[in-house]
Design a protein around this ligand. Sequence first.
Ligand code: AMP
Ligand code: GLY
Length: 427
Amino acid sequence: MKVLVIGSGGREHALLWKLAHSPSVKEVYVIPGNDGMTDVAHLIPVKGTEDILDFARLMEVDLTVAGPETVLTEGLADKFAEKGMAFFGPSAAAAQIEGSKSFAKNLMKKYKIPTAAYETFTDEEKAVSYIKKRKKYPLVIKADGLASGKGVVIAETEEQAVQAVRGMLEGKTFGSAGESVVIEEFMEGEEASVLCFTDGNTIVPMISAQDHKRISDGDMGANTGGMGAYAPAPVMTKELDKIVYDTILLPAVKAMKKEGCPFKGCLYAGLMITKDGPKVVEFNCRFGDPETEPVLPLLESDLAKIMLACTKGTLKKERVEWKNACAVDVVLASEGYPATHSSGEEIVGLEEAKKTTGCLVFHAGSMKKNGRYFVNGGRVLNVAAVAPTLKEAQDKAYEGVSKISWRGMQYRHDIADKGLKRLKKRK
Ligand code: AMP
Ligand code: GLY
């Protein structure tokens, strides 16, 4: 098979790496990709939907895979479908499950999928008077549209809530993503990410994972795209896996079909494990970043075959097997992330990190010049490690991290600590 991946981050590097190791795959291409991906893929400098379609047709690509949500909400899957070409990822209509918080919340309400109670507003004064009636804090304020995982304010006081709503509805904080806002109750608990493969009917959950959204150790500081993840997440027990399948994943996929927008691809359920059971924080219409980096190295089966089966509606016949192991992924970010974009610093120690047994390095925001790598802003690299236990995977990942440095490099030192603590308590 010839496979094409769209995107340029750490998630896409992990997808490419896994696809390159799929026995059924001969060639792997990426558009636009980043310089660090050339170990597993051909970088194709093409832009725009028509050129992507032309490339896929000319090169006789057998399967195209979407990384980020934006290409999906913009309808890339629909364009491929029009031409009869296989594409892993939902249609624009189905991608609304991530693209519009109010679409997702209304769907959950209609089909009784557990989530936080909420109201949607476009009128600033109505939103403010609703807030003034709320007595319970924190209160969660969300921009309705896509805001790269950053359009959420956890307001501790009425003043903060009002300020957040005004900022969003006046279009100042999140641009058009904030033209409408969702105000919802705060859910107490531990978070987990459960991603699944689906062909619109059959659902195959992946190994659970846990992201670390805040910039600093101990879940402090600003929200980011994600500073690291590990899999499996001990917060997800076998019983919870079943509850999530029965009360969240299956009803959601059935609901999408019933609403006339069947979901095919990777459906990501961001969950809060509350004392009343798992509730949905958000749905995403694609693989998580950084969850993909620890989850895919644990997949035993041929990823390309599974994805192709999702596009054809034959997932039921596929064998999807996982390694009996654990994985930890640590994100290395540039100075000032997430507030500012720093670039140009030279990255040292990459080769040494890659030589650390069990370590994988996935590139996100790096660039290569004259054979040397430099920082290109945001989340720069991921160091992922697979090992028989979570503790060993954590140790390996941080051993890999210790080999890499650049001026201003920042990372969290506690990725997987929460999972280890839970495992210890269980003993
Ligand atoms: P989202 O973009 O909806 O995933 O929200 C980003 C982050 O904000 C989540 O990962 C949670 O940590 C937090 N969050 C969002 N909604 C809630 C909620 N209703 N209760 C508690 N935390 C939330
Ligand atoms: N890990 C969060 C996300 O992919 O949205």
